[in-house]
Design a protein around this ligand. Structure first.
Ligand code: NCD
Length: 364
């Protein structure tokens, strides 16, 4: 079994001890030789790993431009199979993982509706997932319970088939691969302006329950000089845990409820929708969130070289008329998701060198 990871540190720690660790302390348990084996929390990524993933994504993107390149990519992981277990709604994350698997010849299978699996007969999700690891070489999962993907990674690490687990969105807490594609998009957007460092980046909308924001805000602590703005109604402001992480990292930030004041000041504006699926008693329904919408009229006040981002799906927080503006990056984010997820899969399966070699031949 070529995929067995015998020194998996997750097999050497008891669940209770592991559970008590902070996300930052958990990070090393998800790594193999400093690189991701599992991808579960934003806090496990280091700056060199992010830079390498972005380079790799660009190489894959360029290789995929020719038929010969596509055939080369399709051969890379053709001996592997992936299970996409998505028990929460998803369009882009699911499809971009699916497309990334297809690009690399990694055979994808899916369970998206647990009423069609034996969970309906009373099987625990833990047992269902243990079954997946008998057939598949990697588990890519989205689940409503925060920390569930970590629990599964720990459980599988203590069986004979410890397969890597990728978190494709967990509860209100983490969405590390969305944060990777956001970093890749920011990096490409600021390629000719000295990269992400020193940039001013505003998050707008539901920052309390938006897991994409929580993961990305943390990754941005790896870029010196970045100033973050958190623009939200007071009841939906960013969590104190994220602010404490920013403080520890010595990062500058501002808390605001005034989008109009922020627009002319920023290099990037990251819009999000109100995550009302987490409402307990429709509390966000009565909130006037129209002050947190970006409209066509706002484009004139946004700096000429700034970018507008959104993890999508959007509701009314960005007027569709904004889409045609060259600063609107959200549809590019979608496609970047496929490239960076392909780069992550190659890293997990340790096939990056083959990409680098092919790319060198292509460009020499
Ligand atoms: C996000 C998510 O699922 O957290 N969507 C995505 O993966 N691109 C954002 C959202 O649902 O608002």
């Amino acid at each position: 079994m070529a995929n067995l990871y015998r020194d998996n540190p997750l097999s050497k720690i008891a669940w209770d001890a592991f559970q008590g660790l902070s996300a930052l302390e958990k990070g090393p348990y998800f790594q193999r030789e400093g690189k991701p084996y599992h991808a579960l929390v934003a806090q496990q990524f280091t700056r060199p790993v992010l830079d390498r993933l972005c380079d790799l994504a660009t190489q894959v993107r360029r290789i995929a431009k020719t038929r010969g390149g596509v055939l080369f990519l399709q051969d890379l992981l053709c001996e592997k199979r992936a299970m996409l277990y998505f028990t929460q709604p998803s369009t882009r994350t699911f499809l971009s993982f699916y497309a990334a698997c297809q690009l690399l010849g990694l055979n994808p299978a899916e369970v998206r509706d647990t009423t069609t699996s034996s969970e309906i007969k009373g099987e625990s999700p833990e047992d269902s997932i243990r079954t997946f690891s008998s057939f598949f070489d990697i588990l890519i999962m989205r689940h409503p319970a925060g920390g569930f993907a970590e629990r599964i990674a720990w459980l599988l690490s203590n069986t004979e088939r410890p397969v890597p687990v990728i978190n494709a969105g967990s509860g209100k807490d983490q969405h590390p691969t969305q944060a990777l594609l956001d970093i890749y998009t920011l990096q490409r957007s600021f390629e000719r302006r000295g990269g992400i460092e020193q940039k001013k980046i505003a998050f707008v909308g539901d920052l309390a329950r938006g897991r994409t924001v929580r993961s990305l805000a943390w990754l941005l602590t790896l870029y010196p000089g970045v100033r973050q703005y958190f623009v939200a109604p007071p009841s939906l402001q960013i969590g104190d845990d994220i602010l404490a992480a920013l403080d520890r990292a010595g990062m500058a930030y501002e808390i605001s409820s005034d989008l109009q004041k922020i627009i002319p000041e920023v290099d990037a504006i990251y819009m999000t929708r109100i995550q009302d699926e987490w409402d307990v008693a429709h509390e966000s329904r009565d909130l006037d969130t129209s002050r947190y919408h970006f409209r066509v009229a706002d484009l004139a006040r946004l700096p000429a070289d700034a970018v507008i981002m959104h993890p999508l799906p959007r509701r009314r927080e960005i007027e569709p008329g904004v889409d045609g503006d060259p600063r609107a990056m959200y549809w590019r984010q979608v496609r970047n998701g496929m490239w960076i997820r392909a780069a992550l899969l190659l890293t997990v399966f340790e096939r990056e060198r083959e990409i680098e070699r092919y790319y060198q031949d292509l460009t020499s």
